[in-house]
Each structure stands twice: as C-alpha cells, then as structure tokens.
Design a protein around this ligand. Structure first.
Ligand code: G
Ligand code: G
Ligand code: MN
Ligand code: NA
Length: 253
C-alpha cells in the first residue's frame, strides 16, 4: 500500500523515467526506431522493474496517469532529438500500452501528445501485447482502428506467447509482429522452428517483424536468414537515456 502511494507520487513528480532501446533494420544494420521502456529508480528500494510497477499501476488505478506520462515523455524526447540532430530520417518510437489503456480514450490521448510536441503520427508505434488484445477482441479492434486512422503504427508485442487465433490476425489493422524473445533465445539451441514460423506467417500477411531479445551475433545472422525485418536486443544496443541516445544517434544514425 505504501508502494502504491510512492508510485502515485513518482508519477506526479515525473520520477518515472524512460530508457530508449534502438531497433535496427536487419539488412542495413542501421537504427530506425527506439522502444521506450519505463524505469523507476526508487530512492530507498533502488530500481523497481516495470514488470512489478506496471501491474501495480494497473491494480491501483494509476495506469492511466502512467500511460499519459510515457506517451508525453516519449513524444517530448522525439521532438528534442529532432531539434538537436536535424536528421533526415529521424527515429520513430515504439510505446508499450497496457491492456487497461486500450479504451476509447487512447486515440485522443495519443493525438494530443503528438500535437503537443508537433510530431507526425507516423513517428509513433503502439505496442500491444497479444494477451491484451484477446481480453476483449471486439473493443480492442475498434480502438486499434481509431489509432490506425490517426496514422500511428501498431505492433503486437510478445507475439506467440498468448493465445490469439491466427485467423483473427487478418482482421486487426496491425503492421508489425514482435517475435517474443523466448523464441529468439531458442535459436542458439538449434530450435528455430517457432521464430521461423512467426516470421513466415508475418511475411504472408504482409506484416513486418521485430525480433526481440537478440543477445548474440549468431542469433542476428540466423534471424537475417529467416527474413526478420528488424532486430532489437542487447547484442545490438542496450536501453539508454534520452540524453545518451542523442549522442548515440549522431554516431550510429
Ligand atoms: O524493460 P523491461 O524488460 O524491464 O520491461 C519489463 C516489462 O515491462 C516488459 O513486458 C515491457 O513491455 C513492460 N514495460 C516497459 N515499459 C513499459 C511502459 O511504459 N508501459 C507498459 N505498459 N509496459 C512497459
Ligand atoms: O515485453 P517487452 O518486449 O516490451 O519487453 C522489453 C524488455 O526487454 C525491455 O525491458 C528490455 O530491457 C528487455 N530486453 C531488451 N533487449 C533484451 C535482450 O537482448 N535480452 C533480454 N533478456 N531482454 C532484453
Ligand atoms: Mn514491448
Ligand atoms: Na515483447
């Protein structure tokens, strides 16, 4: 209970910060996007993982505020990078949203954040977990279509770990599947079956793929052979602060 109060204060004080992990074109090996990842460095308890505080926020009614903070801060950071670097092809940002954010307010919130920071909607991609989509598929589909109509990209996170019907995929206005890192980890053990099947499925549906959790050069090479569109993982780049990312993109972008 005390942690909930502290989380509420942390959200109000913007003490929840974001790290940004680059996402690379598999063929070009150049960064094209980042995923924004929430962090809470508690003054006494130390770092608390989002796999702890996101569910806590969901249970305690704080997820709306946390979600707004993440959206606004990501857009603010994109606009700042644009001012600093003036890059011809500035990075896009993937934002994770919780199942509980997937309601009729989300499209307005995304649009407001984009407008506040004068960003084109194509700069943002919304990551939704497969399990969030399957909680209430009809209403999820409505919200996804509204987001898509705004011009933001949509990706299914942790793909393959939930239980979505494959047939249902065709009716969702998503552009990209994120191959769960558990399937990427298996590549090293000579078990590429699931990663291979997800990538092939995505290609047949004209969807792009982001392979997550790429930790070795061998995995990256194998994912290249399998035809993954994008790579993300510690082997290519770790999550970094917004300030560090500006310098990093100046060198690698
Ligand atoms: O960054 P890390 O591996 O610790 O993230 C753990 C989990 O928390 C992942 O499932 C990730 O998707 C989730 N997560 C990280 N940042 C956010 C966020 O801003 N919003 C939501 N809803 N989930 C997040
Ligand atoms: O569930 P989601 O895909 O949003 O989770 C993203 C999380 O994965 C981030 O919190 C990030 O810290 C973590 N991550 C990023 N790259 C790697 C990696 O190469 N290996 C592992 N184990 N985790 C990673
Ligand atoms: Mn994600
Ligand atoms: Na994921």
């Amino acid at each position: 209970l005390r942690l909930v109060t502290e989380l509420r204060d942390a959200i109000d004080d913007r003490a929840i910060t974001l790290l940004y992990q680059p996402i690379f074109g598999t063929v070009s090996r150049t960064p094209v996007a980042v995923e924004s990842l929430a962090r809470w460095d508690h003054p006494v308890r130390g770092p608390i993982s989002p796999s702890v505080f996101v569910p806590l926020a969901e249970e305690s009614g704080l997820i709306a505020g946390l979600g707004l903070l993440v959206l606004d801060e990501t857009c603010r950071q994109l606009a700042e990078w644009d001012r600093l670097t003036g890059a011809a092809a500035p990075p896009r940002a993937n934002v994770n949203v919780s199942a509980l954010q997937l309601d009729g307010n989300l499209p307005d919130q995304v649009l407001a954040a984009l407008q506040r920071h004068e960003l084109h909607p194509s700069r943002i991609s919304i990551e939704i977990t497969e399990s969030a989509l399957m909680k209430d598929p009809e209403s999820a589909q409505k919200v996804l279509q509204q987001l898509r109509d705004l011009g933001v990209e949509l990706a299914i996170d942790d793909f393959g770990t939930g239980y979505s019907s494959l047939a249902y995929l065709r009716h969702l206005p998503v552009q990209c599947l994120k191959v769960d890192r558990s399937f990427v980890a298996e590549l090293g053990d000579g078990h590429g079956e699931i990663a291979s099947a997800v990538i092939a499925l995505a290609r047949n549906l004209n969807l792009c793929t982001v392979a997550e959790g790429v930790e070795t050069a061998e995995q990256a090479d194998e994912l290249g052979r399998l035809g993954a569109t994008y790579l993300q993982g510690f082997n290519l780049a770790e999550p970094m602060t917004g300030g560090h990312a500006a310098a990093w993109f100046a060198v690698h972008g």
